[in-house]
Ligand binder design. Structure first.
Ligand code: FAD
Length: 405
C-alpha cells in the first residue's frame, strides 16, 4: 500500500469523478475530498430541469450514494472550504492543515451577479445550488406570476420553459438581438426563440436591464433602458465566473479559469485542475477552452485523476452538452472555436424540429447538433473526430446512414 495522500478541493461532479477514477485506476493511498457545500457531490443539470419541475427527491441528484464513499475509503468532508493553498499543504477555513502529494482543484464556478440599483432586493434569484433550485421551485410552483428572466442563455431559457410550464407569465430580457446566436448562430437561435414564443413567452431583445423597482422589500419591476417590466420575481442567468481565488492566492497562472495543459496540470508542481474552473489546452483546437458542461466535468475528472497517477492522460474529448426545453431535446457536440468559419448543413425536418445541424468548415464537420433525433450522437462525434471530408448532399440526405459517410 502506498502512503501517498491525494487531496481534491471541490465536491462537484469533477471532484467526485476524479475520486472514482483514482480508485478505478488502482490508487490505494488516501483520498480526501473537501466540499464547501453541506452536501455530498451532486449534479447540477437537473436543477434547471427535472429536479426543478418537482417529483424527484434529492437522492436522484447525488453523484454517488452515501455508502460509496465509505466503501471506497474516500474521506469526504462537506461544509469545509479550502482557504490557503501552500507548497504541498492545504489549509481549511477551520484552520486545519492537510499535507498532500498531489492535489486537484475542482472548485467550479459561481453565477455572475448583477450590480445595479435595487439588485439586492428580495425576489431576485440566481441558480447554482440545490437550495437555489428548491427556493426557485417554491416561487414558481404556485403559478400566475409575472416572471422576468435577465439573460437569454441556456440556463435562462431552460428556466423560462420551467416557469411557463408552472403557469407563470414569462418575459426574457437580453441585450442580444437573437438568443443563443453566440453559440448557435442566428438561424438556430431564432428557432429557440420561436419555440418559446409559441408557448407564450415574450422576448425583450436589444434591451438592457438597468435596475429594479421595489415594493415592500420585494422586487416589483425590472427597469430597462426604455421602460419598466412588472415583475413578481426576477431570475438572473448571465453566466458564471470560475472559482479561482484559491489558485490565484497560491500564485497559479489564471486567465478566465485556472490555466492547465492538456494533462490538466497547473503551473504549480503536483497541482491539477478540472471541470468548470479549468481553462485547458485542447490539442485538437490548439488553444485553451473553458467548458462549463457536465460532460467536461466527467471527462476532466477522469483525465486529472490519471494524470495525478503519472499516466500520460490527455483531455482531448469533443465538447458536448445537452438541453431540454418543453418537448425539445438536443445534444451538441463540437469545437465552438472552429465553427466561426463554418456554414450549416441540415439533415431532417426543421419545421417539425426533428433534425441534425452540421457545422462544416473546409469540407469537414466541426460540430453537430441533433434536435429531437436520438441515438446519433456517437456517429456525429465520429464524423467530427475523424476529420474526413464529407459530401454535403449525402450529409443532408436522411436515406444515407451517417456512419456510411
Ligand atoms: C442550473 C444548471 C444547469 C445546468 N445544465 C447543464 C446541462 O443541461 N448540460 C450541461 O452539459 N451542463 C449543464 N450545467 C453545467 C454543469 O452542471 C457544470 O459544468 C458542472 O456542474 C461542473 O462541475 P464542477 O465539478 O466543475 O463544478 P461544480 O459543480 O460547480 O462543483 C464545484 C464545487 O466546489 C465547491 N468549492 C468551490 N470552492 C471551494 C473551496 N475553496 N473549498 C471547497 N469546496 C469548494 C463549490 O461549492 C462546488 O460545490 C448546468 C449548470 C447549472 C448550474
Amino acid at each position: 500500500m502506498t502512503q501517498q495522500q491525494f487531496v481534491i478541493v471541490g465536491g462537484g461532479l469533477a471532484g467526485a469523478t476524479a475520486a472514482e477514477q483514482l480508485r478505478e485506476s488502482g490508487f490505494d493511498g488516501q483520498i480526501h475530498l473537501f466540499a464547501a457545500e453541506g452536501h455530498n457531490p451532486y449534479i447540477r443539470p437537473p436543477l434547471s430541469k427535472g429536479y426543478l419541475a418537482g417529483g424527484e427527491g434529492r437522492d436522484s441528484i447525488f453523484v454517488h450514494p452515501e455508502s460509496w464513499y465509505r466503501e471506497h475509503e474516500i474521506v469526504l468532508a462537506t461544509g469545509q472550504t479550502a482557504t490557503v493553498l501552500g507548497d504541498h499543504t492545504l489549509t481549511l477555513d477551520s484552520g486545519r492543515e492537510i499535507p498532500f502529494d498531489r492535489l486537484l482543484l475542482a472548485t467550479g464556478a459561481t453565477p455572475r451577479r448583477l450590480d445595479l440599483p435595487g439588485s439586492d432586493t428580495g425576489g431576485i434569484h440566481y441558480l447554482r445550488t440545490v437550495e437555489d433550485s428548491e427556493s426557485l421551485r417554491a416561487e414558481l410552483e404556485p403559478g400566475g406570476r409575472n416572471i422576468v428572466f435577465v439573460g437569454a442563455g441556456w440556463i435562462g431559457l431552460e428556466l423560462a420553459a420551467a416557469a411557463h410550464t408552472f403557469g407563470n407569465t414569462v418575459t426574457v430580457v437580453g441585450p442580444e438581438s437573437v438568443p443563443l446566436a453566440g453559440p448557435l448562430g442566428e438561424e438556430l437561435g431564432t428557432m429557440f426563440q420561436r419555440l418559446h414564443e409559441s408557448q407564450g413567452v415574450t422576448f425583450r431583445l436589444n434591451t438592457k436591464v438597468t435596475g429594479f423597482e421595489e415594493a415592500q422589500g420585494r422586487v416589483a419591476a425590472a427597469v430597462t433602458d426604455s421602460d419598466a417590466i412588472p415583475a413578481d420575481l426576477v431570475v438572473v442567468g448571465i453566466g458564471a465566473i470560475p472559482n479561482t481565488a484559491l489558485a490565484e492566492s497560491a500564485g497559479l497562472e489564471v486567465d478566465n479559469g485556472i490555466l492547465v495543459d492538456a494533462h490538466l496540470a497547473t503551473s504549480a508542481p503536483d497541482v491539477f485542475a478540472a471541470g468548470d474552473v479549468a481553462n485547458a489546452y485542447h490539442p485538437v483546437v490548439r488553444q485553451r477552452m473553458r467548458n462549463e458542461h457536465w460532460a467536461n466535468a466527467i471527462a476532466g475528472g477522469k483525465v486529472a485523476a490519471r494524470a495525478m497517477l503519472g499516466e500520460d492522460a490527455v483531455l482531448d474529448d469533443i465538447p458536448y452538452f445537452y438541453t431540454d426545453q418543453y418537448d425539445l431535446g438536443m445534444e451538441y457536440s463540437g469545437y465552438p472555436p472552429l465553427t466561426k468559419d463554418a456554414h450549416i448543413v441540415y439533415r431532417g425536418d426543421r419545421d417539425k424540429r426533428e433534425f441534425v445541424a452540421f457545422w462544416v468548415a473546409s469540407g469537414r464537420v466541426v460540430a453537430g447538433m441533433n434536435v429531437n433525433v436520438w441515438d446519433v450522437n456517437d456517429q456525429v462525434q465520429d464524423l467530427i473526430r475523424s476529420g474526413r471530408s464529407v459530401d454535403e448532399h449525402q450529409l443532408s440526405d436522411t436515406s444515407v446512414a451517417l456512419d456510411a459517410l
